[in-house]
Design a binder for this molecule. Structure first.
Ligand SMILES: Cc1ncc(COP(=O)(O)O)c(C=O)c1O
Length: 394
């Protein structure tokens, strides 16, 4: 069969392949078990040593989790995938596998606050970390040195949604002998497949758009088998495995990934264009707007639109942000993103609260900044809700 397009592939992800008799289940069953039993010592030994296929203990591997790993690898065009209990667990396992004490990570200066916190922790274990604006390629090139083992960027940054030039970043990193790891959480494989653009490793928080329904926590690392083997064995030791039920829910959510992203991105563009001209709004950050500093990069890096995340800066600062949160009825304040329902977040006191005041100001994370994750509603109702909340403030 020809390679299927994502809209066709997604509803079939995780389809049951095993013949269980005269019929097959429509939906893959959950193996909600912590361990597996054996009839003899020899078989258990063969499975443990890898000479026979099978499962031993769910922290080391589980059929439901494996099915999700295959589905994610298909979507991202990866040789191998490892699913973890959260996005942070995926990032931790990747960093600890790729970088040794004395080596250096060159990280984007605008990352999810939890990732920045983790990088600070890495410093305590002798891993050097420096930050660079990954949209400035000259700065990236001049910041790389022989100790740099890993370059870390987000496809679309959090919260000002700058798009990384993944192909150019990969060339720069490789020229310096470093790996490029991309957090593709905001873009999802619907908009971007960083491995095809040269990245060595992709990570996601599955908690967001891939799960899509706000009912699970998960993460994934994806890449070449040669890299993934060490990440998998380290993640097993770290205890990063997800619960099989969360893996099953993720598979279910993924069946509508393409449909959800198509609608959510269209809604983001609809709202961003309208909010841009509202008198209470100082600036809207959305890569789909021609005025966005990375609009041209976004056209090269992203497919099928510009994503479902945008931010806006309110002229009235903290007071205006508070009024918007209190007055919007449909768009609820939720310190997360990527759900079927549109939500808003307040980076200053949620995702980026761990940064110093200086770091927050440098990234433009101030009192008036609101981040919006668009869902799949009718955008006219979303606009009415936001307009009602903003106009009440005028
Ligand atoms: C871009 C990005 N990466 C990683 C994470 C961490 O994911 P999790 O909360 O699933 O650990 C988040 C969480 O918000 C995120 O926004």
């Amino acid at each position: 069969m020809n390679r299927l397009r994502l809209h066709t592939l997604a509803p079939h992800l995780g389809d049951e392949e095993d013949d269980t008799g005269v019929s097959r289940p429509l939906v893959a069953p959950i193996y909600q078990t912590s361990a597996f039993s054996f009839d003899d010592l020899e078989t258990a030994d063969q499975v443990q040593s890898g000479t026979k296929a099978g499962y031993i203990y769910s922290r080391m591997g589980n059929p439901t989790i494996a099915r999700l790993e295959q589905a994610l690898a298909q979507c991202e065009g990866a040789e191998d995938a490892l699913v973890t209990a959260s996005g942070m667990a995926a990032i931790t396992a990747s960093m600890l596998s790729l970088v040794r004490p004395g080596e250096r990570i060159l990280a984007g200066h605008e990352l999810y606050g939890g990732t920045t916190g983790l990088l600070k922790l890495m410093g305590d274990f002798g891993i050097m970390v420096d930050y660079v604006d990954t949209s400035q390629m000259e700065s990236v090139s001049s910041s790389l040195n022989e100790k740099t083992r890993l370059v870390l960027a987000e496809t679309i940054t959090n919260p000002r949604v700058a798009v990384a030039d993944v192909a150019r970043l990969a060339s720069c990193a490789h020229a310096a002998g470093a790996y490029l790891m991309v957090d593709n959480t905001f873009a999802t494989p619907y908009h971007c497949q960083p491995l095809a653009q040269g990245a060595d490793l992709v990570v996601h928080s599955l908690t967001k758009f891939i799960g899509g329904h706000g009912d699970l926590t998960g993460g994934v690392c994806l890449g070449r088998s040669e890299i993934m083997d060490s990440i998998r064995s380290n993640a097993t030791l770290l205890g990063a495995a997800p619960d099989p039920f969360a893996a099953w829910l993720t598979l279910r959510g993924m069946k509508t990934l393409a449909l959800r992203m198509e609608k959510s991105s269209a809604n983001a563009l609809y709202l961003a264009e309208r909010l841009r001209t509202h008198s209470a709004v100082e600036e809207v950050y959305y890569p789909g707007l021609t005025a966005h500093p990375t609009h041209d990069v976004a056209r090269r890096t992203l497919n099928r639109g510009f994503g479902a995340m945008f931010s806006l800066r309110l002229k009235g600062g903290t007071r205006a942000a508070q009024a918007l949160v209190e007055r919007s009825r449909l768009v609820r304040f939720v310190p997360s993103l990527g759900d079927v329902a549109t939500t808003l977040s307040y980076p200053l006191t949620t995702s980026h609260r761990g940064l110093s005041a200086h770091e927050q100001v440098q990234l433009g994370i101030t009192g008036g900044l609101i981040r919006i994750s668009t869902g799949i509603e009718d955008p006219r109702d979303l606009w009415d809700d936001l307009l009602g909340a903003l106009d009440a403030e005028d």
